[in-house]
Design a protein around this ligand. Structure first.
Ligand SMILES: [Zn+2]
Ligand SMILES: [Zn+2]
Length: 92
């Protein structure tokens, strides 16, 4: 009865492969996690939807899951693996 865990993007409803980079937005109230692709279109949706939910008084924490091939040991945005598009790069 073991079911493989299928992750779907909350922005485009496409499937996310667990070994590929993706974003998780965890609802600290329910433990439910929304997942999004790392590409910029889905990332922007993640940020917008999280902002909307935060305004509704919920508490979230955002996780960045890097590719299983990512060479950085403590990766962040702009990691050596290039996992995440950086739509906010202009802020520098
Ligand atoms: Zn997506
Ligand atoms: Zn990475």
């Amino acid at each position: 009865m073991r079911q493989p865990r299928v992750i779907r993007c909350a922005a485009c409803a496409g499937r996310i492969k667990p070994q590929h980079p993706h974003i998780g937005v965890e609802d600290l109230g329910t433990g439910k996690e929304f997942s999004y692709h790392a590409r910029s279109g889905c990332q922007i949706r993640a940020v917008e939807e999280t902002a909307t939910r935060l305004r509704a008084g919920k508490v979230y924490v955002m996780h960045h899951y890097h590719s299983s091939k990512c060479p950085d040991e403590a990766p962040g945005f702009g990691c050596a693996g290039g996992c995440f598009d950086t739509p906010m790069a202009a802020a520098n």
